[in-house]
Design a binder for this molecule. Structure first.
Ligand SMILES: [Fe+2]
Length: 474
């Protein structure tokens, strides 16, 4: 019941539209204002034994403070959710990441800084990345802890049992506060590889990171960029790191989102770096595109292959994510489409093959990061024209053949994660049932998705729609 009480409290804060004018899925952008203490969920079906453990998720959660409200999905403070799946039931807990910003603004009782896509009157000037870090994009394990990750500042360390914030991840004095993206990738040894893009300086730079599984820095490099394109994720292969410098380019404007300009005539750039020494091996022009997320990468026949959830422009950032956060009806933006890139270093060229699938949030078996393997994702962006996914999908990245389970209108499917298990394993995802005002999790057999979930757990608690997470087995 605490969740309902929280919702009532938050509804007193300002919105652009009256409740009756908001689309039904606006519930997922209401936000919460307090930590969510552990709550037993209502379980239907049996969660298979391999799914026992914890599903952790991160996402923007605190939308309003002191009579002001954020206007973009990028902006609200991050809350890490834990869904603990045990033999006796499923329990949910949510806790805000205690970033420097969160603590300062809690004390002040108001927003002190603007957001990536929101301007507030009387906002303080931004002195450094850490003063605006909301740690709201992803949560991943490292060295027995969790990292709550943003993309323009440091990652925050959390205790996986209590979700208590322990401090920022520090690995090098010279790299303090340098952007560290929310999409690290892990190799076979458990080493962490990451990027950070520095866009606000006169010379845009890309920073590459290689950390051991103990969180210590093994190497880093700062590489000048030809232009300051928006970069959110990258591809790791056995020998390379592939970065797509997108045609969404930093220009002038009132905030980060406003400054990003879509330049359809500027080709995007694939940058291929050698993992061994971070040297640039290739710079290849590809048709202008905007990508948040990539599937895993593999090398075959002398080429590098990977998939991407590609948008034909950056309306998702400049239009869709504003309207969703403002709880406005659409139209929002075009759906993303899964495409496959095949990069030839010998030819210095890349082929792009559309796979005809509206998919986002790609996932895979992280035990085999460098094999061509089935990808999972959230699809069905178009039900009720919300562009929020209503289906779980699994696709062969070579053929584009796919299978899906669509829950239909009323359900929002969040990032499905692969859980190893018998046969082809499982897909585990969180959801919002906005017709019933309930949030929950569901598990499906990966090999027979069309049969629908084998178990679900939900609750009288509406969670803000989030971005990414991880599953850690018990
Ligand atoms: Fe992301």
């Amino acid at each position: 019941m605490q969740g309902l009480a929280t919702l009532v409290a938050v509804q007193a804060l300002p919105h652009t539209l009256r409740a009756a004018e908001r689309p039904p899925w606006a519930l997922g952008f209401e936000g919460v204002s307090e930590d969510l203490s552990p709550l037993a969920m209502k379980v239907a079906g049996d969660f298979p034994a391999p799914c026992r453990g914890a599903l952790y998720r991160n996402g923007p959660a605190l939308y309003a403070r002191g009579g002001q409200r954020y206007q973009h999905w990028f902006d609200p403070d991050g809350m890490v959710q834990a869904f603990r799946i045990g033999e006796k039931g499923v329990e949910h807990q949510g806790r805000f990441v205690r970033t420097l910003r969160f603590e300062q603004e809690q004390r002040a009782g108001r927003f002190l800084h603007g957001g990536a896509g929101t301007n507030f009157e009387n906002a303080l000037p931004v002195r450094n990345n850490e003063s605006t870090n909301v740690a709201n994009i992803n949560v991943q394990p490292l060295n027995g802890e969790l990292l709550a990750m943003w993309e323009a500042g440091a990652a925050y360390r959390l205790n996986p049992d209590s979700l208590e914030t322990l401090g920022t991840l520090e690995f090098d004095e010279d790299l303090k506060g340098v952007p560290f993206s929310a999409h690290p990738h892990f190799d076979e040894q458990g080493d962490l590889w990451n990027i950070g893009s520095v866009l606000f300086t006169r010379r845009p730079m890309l920073v590459l990171y290689h950390l051991g599984s103990n969180g210590r820095l093994k190497k880093s490099s700062a590489i000048p960029m030809d232009f300051p394109g928006y970069i959110h994720d990258f591809v790791l292969t056995p020998r390379y790191l592939v970065v797509l410098n997108s045609s969404s380019v930093m220009g002038e404007g009132r905030n980060f989102v406003d400054r990003l300009q879509w330049e359809p005539d500027r080709p995007s750039q694939l940058l291929v770096f050698d993992r061994a020494d971070f040297s640039l091996r290739a710079k290849i022009e590809v048709p202008a595109t905007f990508v948040f997320h990539f599937g895993n990468g593999w090398e075959e026949g002398g080429n590098i292959h990977f998939t991407a959830c590609a948008y034909r422009n950056m309306d998702i950032v400049s239009v869709g994510m504003h309207r969703l956060a403002r709880q406005e009806p659409g139209p929002y933006h075009d759906a993303s489409e899964l495409v496959r890139y095949s990069v030839s270093l010998a030819r210095d060229a890349a082929d792009v093959t559309p796979l005809g699938l509206d998919m986002e949030f790609p996932g895979y078996d992280t035990r085999r990061p460098f094999e061509a393997q089935m990808l999972s994702g959230a699809a069905g962006q178009g039900t009720a024209n919300s562009r929020l996914a209503s289906a779980v999908v699994r696709v062969d990245p070579r053929s584009g053949n796919s299978e899906r389970y669509d829950y239909g209108e009323g359900m929002v499917v969040e990032e499905p994660l692969f859980v190893p298990g018998p046969d082809e394993g499982y897909l585990l995802h969180s959801f919002l049932d906005y017709r019933q005002s309930r949030s929950g999790i569901a598990v499906l057999k990966a090999g027979s998705l069309a049969d629908g979930p084998v178990a679900t757990a939900d609750m009288d608690r509406v969670l803000p729609l989030g971005f990414h997470g991880c599953f850690l087995p018990a």
